[in-house]
Design a binder for this molecule. Structure first.
Ligand SMILES: NC(=O)c1ccc[n+]([C@@H]2O[C@H](COP(=O)([O-])OP(=O)(O)OC[C@H]3O[C@@H](n4cnc5c(N)ncnc54)[C@H](O)[C@@H]3O)[C@@H](O)[C@H]2O)c1
Length: 257
C-alpha cells in the first residue's frame, strides 16, 4: 500500500497526549513533518518523535483551538515555515459526562465549541486558501461512535449527574463532526482534497481513565491510541486517495451494523 508520507506536512490537534500524540508519532514514523497543537505542553510528544525520526521537522503551538485567530495563525505559520500543508488531524476534544438533566450551558458550549467548532475552524483555515491552492489535502476528523449511537458504552454512574457514559453535548458534537465531514467531502473533492472521519470506540486515554467500562463488543479489550493512529496514517496517505466522506469505525466491533 502507498503509505509513505515523505515531504508531507501535517497538523495534529490535541497532540500533547492520547490519540493525538500517537497519531503525530505515527505520521512522523512515515516521514511526515508534524505540527503539534494543544492547550497543554507537547514536549513529551516532541521527545518521542525525535527518538523515532529525527529527520522530520516538528513545530509546536500552544493554543486554544476554540479561538479563530489562533487557529489561523497556526495554519498560516505552518505554511510559511514548512512550505505547505497536506494533512490536518482534527483530534483535540473534551467530553462532559453530565447527563441530560444536569447538563449546564458551560459544559454544553465547551464540548460543542471544542469538538465541533474547533474542527470547523481548522478545516476552513487549512482548505481556504492553502489546500485549495495546492490542489491536494487530507482532512481527518476524529469523531466517536458516540456521535453515531449516542453514548453507547457505559461505566459506573458517578455522583452529581455524572452518567456512566459520554454526555449529550459530546454525542451531539461528534454527530456534528460526522455531518460536517460529509458536507466538506462533497465540497472539496474537486480540489483534490479528501475529508474523512475516524470514529473510535473505547480507547484507554485520560478521557476514559477510571471509567471501568462494561465492554460488550466483538474484540473484548479497550483500544489503544496506536489502534487509532494506524487508521490516521491510512487516511493521510495516498493509499486512500479515492476514499472521501467516510466514517471509519475503529471500535473493536462495539458499533457493528
Ligand atoms: N478515548 C476514547 O475512548 C475516545 C473515544 C472516541 C473518541 N475519542 C476522541 O479522540 C480525541 C482524542 O481524545 P483522547 O482520548 O486522546 O483524550 P485526551 O484527553 O487524552 O486528549 C485530548 C487532547 O485534546 C486537548 N484539548 C482539549 N481541548 C483543547 C482546546 N480547546 N485547545 C487545544 N487542545 C485541546 C487536550 O489538552 C488533550 O491533550 C477526542 O476528540 C475524543 O473525543 C476518544
Amino acid at each position: 500500500m502507498k503509505m509513505t508520507l515523505q515531504d508531507k506536512v501535517s497538523i495534529v490537534t490535541g497532540a500533547s497526549r492520547g490519540i493525538g500524540a500517537a497519531s503525530a508519532i505515527a505520521l512522523a514514523k512515515e516521514n511526515a513533518h508534524v505540527v503539534l497543537v494543544d492547550i497543554l505542553d507537547c514536549s513529551e510528544t516532541v521527545e518521542k518523535i525525535k527518538q523515532i525520526n529525527s529527520t522530520v521537522d516538528v513545530l509546536v503551538f500552544t493554543i486554544d483551538i476554540k479561538e479563530r485567530e489562533e487557529v489561523q495563525r497556526v495554519v498560516n505559520e505552518t505554511v510559511s515555515r514548512l512550505g505547505r500543508l497536506d494533512i490536518v488531524v482534527n483530534n483535540a476534544g473534551t467530553c462532559s459526562r453530565l447527563d441530560l438533566e444536569h447538563m449546564t450551558d458551560d459544559m454544553w458550549f465547551r464540548d460543542i465549541n471544542t469538538n465541533l467548532r474547533g474542527t470547523f475552524l481548522f478545516t476552513q483555515s487549512a482548505i481556504y486558501p492553502h489546500m485549495k491552492k495546492q490542489g491536494y489535502g487530507k482532512i481527518i476528523n476524529i469523531s466517536s461512535i458516540s456521535g453515531i449511537m449516542g453514548g453507547p458504552i457505559s461505566g459506573e454512574k458517578g455522583v452529581n449527574g455524572e452518567s456512566g457514559r459520554s454526555g449529550p453535548a459530546y454525542a451531539a458534537s461528534k454527530g456534528g463532526v460526522i455531518a460536517l465531514t460529509k458536507w466538506v467531502a462533497k465540497e472539496v473533492g474537486e480540489f483534490g482534497i479528501t475529508c474523512n472521519s475516524i470514529a473510535p470506540g473505547p480507547v484507554e486515554t485520560e478521557i476514559t481513565k477510571g471509567m471501568n467500562y462494561r465492554l460488550n463488543q466483538a474484540i473484548q479489550r479497550m483500544g489503544t491510541p496506536e489502534d487509532i493512529a494506524e487508521a490516521v496514517v491510512y487516511l493521510a496517505s495516498p493509499g486512500s486517495d479515492y476514499v472521501t466522506g467516510e466514517v471509519l469505525k475503529v471500535c473493536g466491533g462495539s458499533a457493528i451494523g
